[in-house]
Design a binder for this molecule. Structure first.
Ligand SMILES: Cc1cc2nc3c(=O)[nH]c(=O)nc-3n(C[C@H](O)[C@H](O)[C@H](O)COP(=O)(O)OP(=O)(O)OC[C@H]3O[C@@H](n4cnc5c(N)ncnc54)[C@H](O)[C@@H]3O)c2cc1C
Length: 382
């Protein structure tokens, strides 16, 4: 077994680390406080190729592999979860469906500007009454006179309402299948679609500098060709998209845990109590050892899932394991990091306080912990 990264993977990791530490870290606290979307950082990430990292160069991407993508997400999340999710949701939820299922014309029209980072794109699956149970989609699209008429609501959609958002791909019921079950298709909804509106940004506990909105469709009119790939493939397409998305959230969770560890170890070396650095007390040093042990474990799980994907193997189980373990690890890591900071950890000025708030969504987004366990139980034949 070879655990070495390739030169290209190392180069992308180091580029992401330099950008994150040099440009994102100094701004993270203010962006979180102001809930300010970082347009300039997105533009720089586009120039660095991050917004289209895993897509082929012929579609405007950087042609990198999933391992490199996961490493870049980790470095961003290590300093700021909001910037990391903006990039990761754009790549794995916004642009990936075009790359995997789009027709050639759809790839040219939508994927190219997305991979170049000229636009952001959302993925609208969740509804006010359908989250984990996403197949229970209530949004409907009726074909009338050669146009789709869409009605419904989507909830919590990332990257859907910035001034550079080009649109959102949504799931909608488009008819009935031969077996009587509902037919679900994915519809491409550009921002200027008549009848399509976005709410104000939600006021969130974490990921505050990322863009999350509710979407409303009231007799929204779409051309017939705005079905992504094949009509009726919506359910299959979004499940496949979420499989890859789990690698993203697992990488976000590992990155956040690494950031919590960075802050905690440097604080443990500086802060003195009873005349000694607190890191010299075993109660503190053991916490740090446990954090790093688990981070190493979770990182290997994420990279294994990413590697399997790159090799064209079935990575579904590894991605679910990695997402579940890394999300729960991030909970333990931020908790320990705040504890190591004592009262200062409760103060906004300390990054661990923001990390503590940013962490929770890792256990909810792209399949809650419970849903990961449901998925894994099924894979285990239970
Ligand atoms: C900041 C943010 C960004 C998001 N971005 C996007 C996005 O870009 N696109 C998008 O489509 N969605 C997005 N989401 C939605 C997210 O994916 C959902 O919130 C998540 O899937 C859970 O759905 P829900 O909130 O409806 O919870 P529910 O499904 O109502 O779940 C509530 C609770 O019940 C549990 N539960 C449900 N079913 C079962 C079961 N069968 N067995 C055991 N427990 C169960 C859940 O685990 C959870 O604990 C985002 C959410 C947030 C908060």
């Amino acid at each position: 077994m070879n655990f070495d990264l390739t030169d290209e993977q190392k180069a992308i990791q180091s580029l992401a680390r330099d950008f994150a530490q040099g440009e994102v870290r100094p701004r993270a606290e203010e962006m979180d406080r102001e809930a300010a979307f970082p347009y300039d950082l997105v533009e720089k990430m586009a120039r660095l190729g991050f917004m289209g990292l895993p897509f082929p160069e012929k579609y405007g991407g950087a042609g990198a592999d999933t391992v490199s993508y996961a490493l870049a997400v980790m470095e961003l999340a290590r300093v700021d979860a909001s910037t990391a999710i903006t990039m990761a949701a754009h790549v794995s939820l916004g642009a990936t469906p075009f790359s995997l299922f789009g027709t050639e014309a759809q790839k040219q029209k939508y994927l190219v500007p997305l991979a170049q980072g000229k636009q952001l794109w959302g993925f609208g699956l969740t509804e006010p009454n359908a989250g984990s149970d996403a197949g229970n989609c209530q949004t409907k699209a009726d074909l009338r006179d050669g146009k789709w008429i869409v009605n419904g609501t989507k909830a919590f959609i990332t990257n859907s309402g910035t001034t550079i958002s080009g649109g959102t791909t949504i799931t909608a019921v488009t008819g009935k299948r031969a077996d009587g079950k509902v037919e679900i298709s994915n519809l491409i909804v550009p921002q200027d679609t008549p009848g399509f509106t976005r709410s104000k940004k939600y006021n969130k506990m974490g990921w505050r500098a990322s863009d999350t909105r509710e979407l409303a469709f009231v007799d929204a009119v779409l051309p017939q060709e705005n079905v992504l790939g094949k009509r009726g493939d919506g359910l299959k397409q979004f499940l496949t998209t979420l499989e890859g998305g789990r690698i993203s959230v697992a990488a976000l969770s590992v990155g956040l845990s690494m950031g919590a560890y960075d802050e905690a170890i440097s604080y443990a070396k500086e802060r003195k109590a009873f005349g000694k650095p607190i890191g010299s007390f075993q109660a503190i040093s053991f916490k740090l050892v446990d954090m790093l042990t688990e981070i190493e474990h979770a990182k290997l799980m994420v990279l294994k899932a990413a590697w399997e994907k790159d090799e064209g193997r079935d990575f579904n189980k590894s991605a679910s394991f990695a997402k579940l373990y890394a999300a729960e690890l991030s909970h333990r890591a931020v908790n320990a990091a705040v504890q190591i900071h004592g009262g200062y950890g409760f103060m906004d000025e300390y990054p661990v306080s923001r990390m503590y708030r940013d962490q929770k969504i890792n256990e909810i987004g792209e399949g809650t912990n419970e849903i990961q366990r449901v998925v894994l139980s099924k894979m285990m034949g239970l």
